[in-house]
Design a protein around this ligand. Structure first.
Ligand code: NAD
Ligand code: IPM
Ligand code: MN
Length: 347
């Protein structure tokens, strides 16, 4: 069981360190960790955010635990050299097209949500975000128009097969949960979304037990705040899923709580918190590592088939939260390492 650990930039190393402590405390026989450079750190050391040797480590492993990438010092670089290309490159190179982002309110955290407690307590949803297509990976550029104006452009598209495979992931996830799937698109305006919706409807025939609904993304953003309890599984494209999952995190209580799995259909998966490198709090030991710790649990479950230790980690995090363990993101005062300690104690 080989796990690549790519900590990255900003708070990435801080939160990853705590998740690694949790993994090591489980003492799983045969588990070996391999470090690799990604992001701005990798650019500074190797001249590229996703160096060939890092990709090699990734390919040789069964799964990747990823911290975060992004460094304001690198924002002036050409796009292909920016830290974010590390995560985009790994998703593309490893065919990690299915991103699972569960959002559930933990017992005792209802008051931390940006929503009223009785609304927040209903949240138990899964966002299934497509990760290899959409406006993220279309042709793009900046050009100067004949009249001298600069124009940036990004091509948004989805091909049928790209939609079909993520739709199947969404329906299968719904079958394993509450059997309700909400497909979020913008089919009232975008042709990309029309193809998306047509294909999702076609795939639905294979899952007669799942109740399929469609929602425009603007309404979905509103409904997520008005009544998040209505959602079971949400399947959506790369950009909409990115935005809605950050929003869902604040409905739960903090972006420092939401974990994710990026899957290819095979054993290989990448596991990371949904948040970024948080330059505003980096290096201060203030970041909540729970999202990364919960990502390690998803890694054990989805890539290594280790359900029992995965559930143990999740129970330890839930217990810590129920006991009032809070970082600054949840109105408390505990730092990254102290939160890691609190989870380890319960583990
Ligand atoms: P961000 O998620 O890094 O931070 C947003 C806000 O949430 C900040 O105020 C931050 O302090 C807070 N926050 C984030 N994680 C937290 C945690 N664990 N505990 C407590 N507070 C936390 O988003 P951003 O500021 O828009 O982006 C910063 C950089 O991260 C950018 O370079 C961006 O491209 C990158 N990014 C990377 C990933 C990734 O690696 N997958 C994801 C998102 C953003
Ligand atoms: C995420 C991030 C990434 C995305 C960025 C850093 C490329 O926001 O993982 O949610 O947009 O997918
Ligand atoms: Mn994001």
């Amino acid at each position: 069981m080989k796990i690549a650990v790519f900590a990255g930039d900003g708070i990435g190393p801080e939160v990853t360190r705590e998740a690694v402590r949790v993994l090591e405390a489980l003492d799983l026989p045969g588990l070996v960790l391999f470090d690799g450079d990604v992001g701005g750190v990798a650019y500074k050391r190797h001249g590229h955010p996703l160096p060939a040797e890092t990709l090699e480590i990734a390919r040789a492993c069964d799964a990747i635990l990823f911290g975060a990438v992004g460094d304001p010092d690198c924002d002036h670089l050409e796009r292909h050299l920016r830290p974010e290309q590390a995560i985009l490159g790994l998703r593309k190179e490893l065919g990690l097209f299915a991103n699972l982002r569960p959002a559930k309110v933990f017992a005792g955290l209802e008051d931390a949500s940006a929503l009223r407690p009785e609304v927040a307590s209903q949240i138990d949803l899964l966002i299934v975000r497509e990760l290899n297509g959409d406006v993220y990976f279309g042709e793009k550029g900046i050009r100067t128009l004949p009249d001298g104006r600069r124009q940036g452009w990004d091509m948004m598209s989805y091909a049928e097969d790209e939609v079909r495979r993520i739709a199947h992931v969404g329906f299968r996830a719904a079958m394993g949960r509450g059997k309700r799937l909400c497909s979020v698109d913008k089919a009232n305006v975008l042709e990309t979304s029309q193809v998306w919706r047509d294909v999702v409807i076609e795939v639905a025939r294979d899952y007669p037990e799942v109740e399929l609904t469609h929602m425009y993304v603007d309404n979905a953003a509103m409904q997520l705040v008005r009544n998040p309890g209505q959602f079971d599984v949400v399947v959506t494209g790369n950009l909409f899923g990115d935005i809605l999952s950050d929003q869902a995190s604040m409905c739960v209580g903090s972006i420092g709580l939401l974990a994710s799995a990026s899957l290819s259909g095979g054993k290989m998966g990448l596991y990371e918190p949904i948040h970024g490198s948080a330059p505003d709090i980096a290096g201060k030991g203030l970041a909540n590592p729970m999202a990364t710790i919960l990502s390690a649990a998803m890694l054990l479950r989805h890539s290594l088939g280790l359900e029992a230790p995965a559930a143990r980690i999740e129970a330890a995090v839930a217990k810590a939260l129920a006991d009032g363990v809070r970082g600054g993101d949840l109105g408390g005062s505990l730092g990254t390492h102290a939160i890691g300690d609190a989870v380890l104690e319960r583990l």
